[in-house]
Design a protein around this ligand. Structure first.
Ligand code: ADP
Length: 171
């Protein structure tokens, strides 16, 4: 496949708590389609993430360090406003299953209402990752299961450290 001649900028927004191989697959395909990608890590005040936004950004940066044309940044507030500020015309989201669809469409339509010039693009999850979510990875790790291969090696180590060390508080 040839890369697009004119580079466009797309945002891959999410919680990335933590980044998984499923996220990385979507990010890589988004770079291929658009040319440049910002992985936009949401501060999301109303969720209770396991990792702070700084930790989530650091893990995503390390996971993306060998991907050309990928930047990792955090943002607060409306994702469409952040997209506009950065000059991104597209929000790329991954769809794993029908269960993702309803909420994703609702969010895409709201974002369209807020900013008609920012378009949501959905990429269907790779079949190997369609079962994979940050929450499930956290749950498996918390229960002592193996998460190698589902997340980058550095992330697996951070998860074990956070969830299996004595006195860890589970979110
Ligand atoms: P959010 O809290 O915004 O849903 P997530 O970090 O959970 O943030 O997900 C960010 C994006 O990545 C979403 O579009 C989600 O559907 C997608 N995604 C998550 N896991 C996978 C996966 N295994 N394969 C493809 N896309 C995924």
């Amino acid at each position: 496949m040839e890369a697009p001649t004119e580079q466009q900028l797309a945002l891959c927004p999410g919680s990335f708590d933590p980044i998984t191989e499923g996220h990385l697959d979507v990010i890589q395909r988004a770079v291929h389609l658009f040319g440049r990608v910002i992985v936009a890590v949401a501060c999301n005040a109303d969720k209770q993430p396991l990792f702070t936004v700084e930790e989530r950004v650091a893990m995503a940066r390390s996971a993306c360090q060998d991907l050309p044309n990928v930047e990792v940044a955090s943002f607060e507030g409306l994702v469409v406003e952040y997209a506009r500020r950065r000059g991104a015309k597209a929000l790329v989201r991954g769809l794993r299953a029908v269960s993702d669809f309803e909420q994703e469409v609702q969010m895409a339509l709201m974002n369209r209402r807020l900013a008609e010039d920012v378009h949501t693009v959905f990429l269907i999850a790779h079949p190997d990752h369609a079962f994979l979510s940050s929450s499930l990875v956290k749950e498996v790790c918390r229960l002592g299961g193996e998460v190698a291969g589902l997340v980058p090696a550095g992330v697996a180590a951070r998860l074990r450290e956070r969830l299996l060390s004595s006195g860890a508080t589970a979110h």
